[in-house]
Ligand binder design. Structure first.
Ligand SMILES: NC(=O)c1ccc[n+]([C@@H]2O[C@H](COP(=O)([O-])OP(=O)(O)OC[C@H]3O[C@@H](n4cnc5c(N)ncnc54)[C@H](OP(=O)(O)O)[C@@H]3O)[C@@H](O)[C@H]2O)c1
Length: 249
């Protein structure tokens, strides 16, 4: 399939993990992908190298998405260079897990700044560019923790639930310009973010997953590619759980 020929896609936090898989998938279907990162320059460069080695097209852009000026400058630079931005994937995220009595104000603020404000910071300039073209796809990576809540993650769960509300509200705002806004809520995907788990916690988590296995980053990328494609043109404001059934209601 080559669903993204001539499309420009920006994936935030694409230097490793889920963002890396999304960038590679979008490029494999013809998009030029801008690989955003904040600190992991080697990771970001290796994603671009992998895409180019497979015959795709990509570039890197360093910006901390929690900084509105940096995010705006990034989107303006991308639209200036390529003339447009078709797809924004707000994937950058972090955790500072702690039970509430031990959670510091900094743990709270850092997670909200990157996971929630970062989505606002990138979406605002992206919407400006997409409105001009009367076309756009915004896909926000939230989490099963934002759907179900997770003990030890009040900050993370609140930020990800906020992303779901943001997705619904923005979808209504921009629908008239043929811009869709959707979210994907991954379950448990082994990456640097989830780290090494003690065996007992690992077994307890697996027991919560009806499909009885972890997910792969590529399975999140499959869902992103679908929502970014023309096949999903009539879907907006939705959150798609890709979690092995963890959040079945
Ligand atoms: N893994 C899971 O089980 C899981 C489940 C549900 C949801 N998610 C969500 O999926 C997304 C990706 O997670 P992951 O598991 O792939 O994590 P990861 O391996 O730790 O990757 C996180 C990415 O975000 C980037 N990043 C962090 N802070 C940033 C900032 N301020 N500005 C720009 N980039 C930033 C990192 O790059 P730098 O190091 O360069 O900053 C990195 O590329 C996150 O939103 C996460 O909450 C993950």
């Amino acid at each position: 399939m080559n669903r993204f020929t001539d499309k420009i896609a920006l994936v935030t936090g694409a230097s490793r993990g889920i963002g890396r898989a999304i960038a590679i998938r979008m490029a494999s279907e013809g998009a030029h992908v801008v690989v955003n990162y904040a600190r992991d320059v080697d990771g970001a460069n290796s994603v671009v190298a992998d895409i180019e080695a497979a015959g795709g097209s990509a570039s890197v852009y360093q910006a901390d998405v929690s900084d509105l000026d940096a995010a705006t400058t990034m989107i303006k630079a991308v639209t200036k260079e390529h003339g447009k931005l078709d797809v924004l994937v707000n994937n950058a995220g972090t955790t500072r897990d702690q039970l509430i009595l031990k959670m510091s104000e900094d743990d709270w603020d850092t997670v909200m700044r990157i996971n929630l404000k970062g989505v606002f910071n990138c979406s605002k300039p992206a919407v400006r560019a997409m409105m001009r073209k009367r076309y756009g796809r915004i896909i926000n990576i939230t989490s099963v923790s934002g759907v179900l809540g997770n003990a030890g993650q009040t900050n993370y769960s609140a930020s990800k639930a906020g992303v779901i509300g943001f997705t619904r509200a923005l979808a209504r705002e921009v629908a008239a310009r043929s811009i869709t806004v959707n979210a994907i809520a991954p379950g448990f995907i082994p990456t640097k973010l989830t780290g090494e788990m003690p065996e007992d916690l690992r077994d307890a988590t697996l027991a919560m997953i009806p499909l009885s296995r972890w997910g792969d980053p590529e399975e999140i990328a499959n869902a992103v590619a679908f929502l970014a494609s023309d096949e999903a043109a009539y879907i907006t404001g939705q959150t798609l759980n890709v979690d092995g059934g963890m959040a079945i209601g």
